[in-house]
Design a binder for this molecule. Structure first.
Ligand code: SAM
Length: 375
């Protein structure tokens, strides 16, 4: 369940110094913190299946999907339902089985048991995977690829097949978060996960209002990708998705999946047109591309239409805010910055990295607007 890295710096219209203030971003409001996670230093660990993990959700069996997490009450967008600690962390991105074995050996017997209780993506059909590795791939990388392949097609769960199925990015490496690992996937998720370096926790936030009893889902892949690519990304987890964005045409009564195809196609088109004009080149975008702001607005709307209230959307709004600032349209600029901040708060929380920078941008635009109005 690797998380896509946050996008590179992309902000301010005027100076590169300003640009550097916002290296990463994300989604919007009411942040309710869950109970603090159990403290491993006191010898307690989260119980993977216990409904007492917190008041927001419980873990239940889902036919054909192992276990999943279900809301115990109505949950509002922006609610932080989990703030999870690592069970096992690997600090190098190019880890091998030996790295996982070394980290696993340091766990207590209870922690090792918890690790083995997590879902594994072993037992996959080798015919569905490439049988050869290109001859230019050598050494550690070749070993890595072979180990990962063996873990996927192996008959038994292994430390690696469990790690691959559940790990989430955390700073430089990846970690296993025993409670965050209990959320199933949807390409139109109602929650999002994030490594919060400020508090050293993996957080899960609700990004669409949820009714009591509803399953809480995360996206393991890039939800803006088209279906074939999403299926490939999900194949690594050993399942094919049956979410509303992936249903077959004949089952697509409300046309949501069909419309999603067009919207995702258009998102890719707009990303191609605008990507080189964003970030440090935002100034060029505003000056040289007459439709730049219109294109970014369309991109924001499309993200919302496919349900993507993630940092991707917050980033688009922040670019819009800065583009408006550049042309001294402070009124729209402050509205766009407010949207960006709202979305970031919803999907990552007020204690997340760069939240103050987002807040600062909004304040600056608000001040500029007031000044422009002579107040
Ligand atoms: C990170 S775990 C999620 C929790 C897991 N269901 C469990 O019981 O612990 C990922 C695994 O859950 C299952 N899974 C998650 N989302 C699914 C989905 N939409 N459809 C089918 N299986 C899914 C797959 O077996 C996948 O390898």
């Amino acid at each position: 369940m690797r998380q896509r890295p946050s996008r590179p710096e992309n902000l301010s219209p005027k100076t590169s110094q300003k640009l550097s203030r916002y290296s990463k971003c994300s989604q919007r409001p009411t942040v309710r913190l869950s109970s603090p996670p159990s403290d491993r230093s006191r010898g307690r660990i989260h119980s993977a299946y216990s409904p007492s993990v917190n008041d927001f959700y419980e873990i239940r069996a889902v036919p054909g999907k192992g276990h999943g997490s279900f809301a115990l009450k109505d949950l509002k967008r922006g609610t932080r339902i989990l703030s999870d600690i690592t069970l096992l962390a690997i600090t190098n991105g190019d880890y091998l089985v030996a790295d996982i074995e070394a980290a696993f050996a340091k766990l207590s017997a209870d922690e090792q048991k918890l690790y083995w209780s997590l879902a594994s993506s072993h037992g996959q059909d080798p015919k569905k995977w490439p049988s050869r590795v290109h001859e230019s791939v050598k050494g550690r990388e070749l070993q890595r690829i072979q180990e990962q392949h063996n873990a996927r097609v192996g008959k038994e769960p292994s430390l690696l097949s469990i790690f691959q199925n559940n790990c989430m990015e955390m700073g430089k490496g990846a970690g296993i978060f025993p409670n965050a690992a209990r959320f199933n996937h949807s390409c139109t998720p109602n929650a999002s996960f994030n490594w919060n370096a400020n508090i050293q926790r993996e957080t899960v936030h609700i990004i669409h209002d949820i009714k009591a009893g509803q399953q809480i889902t995360l996206s393991y892949c890039d939800m803006t990708h088209e279906k074939t690519l999403r299926s490939w990304e999900l194949k690594h987890y050993g399942f094919s998705c049956d979410c509303p964005a992936c249903v077959h045409e004949e089952e697509d009564a409300d046309g949501f999946a069909r419309e999603g195809v067009d919207r995702r196609y258009r998102i890719k088109e707009l990303e191609q047109t605008t990507s080189y004009l964003r970030g440090p080149n935002l100034e060029m975008g505003v000056l040289k591309e007459p439709d730049f702001v219109k294109q970014l607005l369309e991109l924001a709307i499309l993200h919302m239409e496919i349900g993507d209230y993630s940092m991707r959307l917050a980033n688009i709004y922040m670019d819009l805010a800065l583009a408006c600032e550049f042309v001294k349209d402070f009124k729209n600029g402050q509205d766009m910055a407010a949207n960006a901040l709202h979305i970031k708060r919803d999907c990552q929380g007020e204690d997340s990295a760069d939240f103050e920078k987002y807040k600062g941008a909004l304040k600056r635009l608000h001040r500029s607007y007031k000044t422009s109005q002579g107040s």
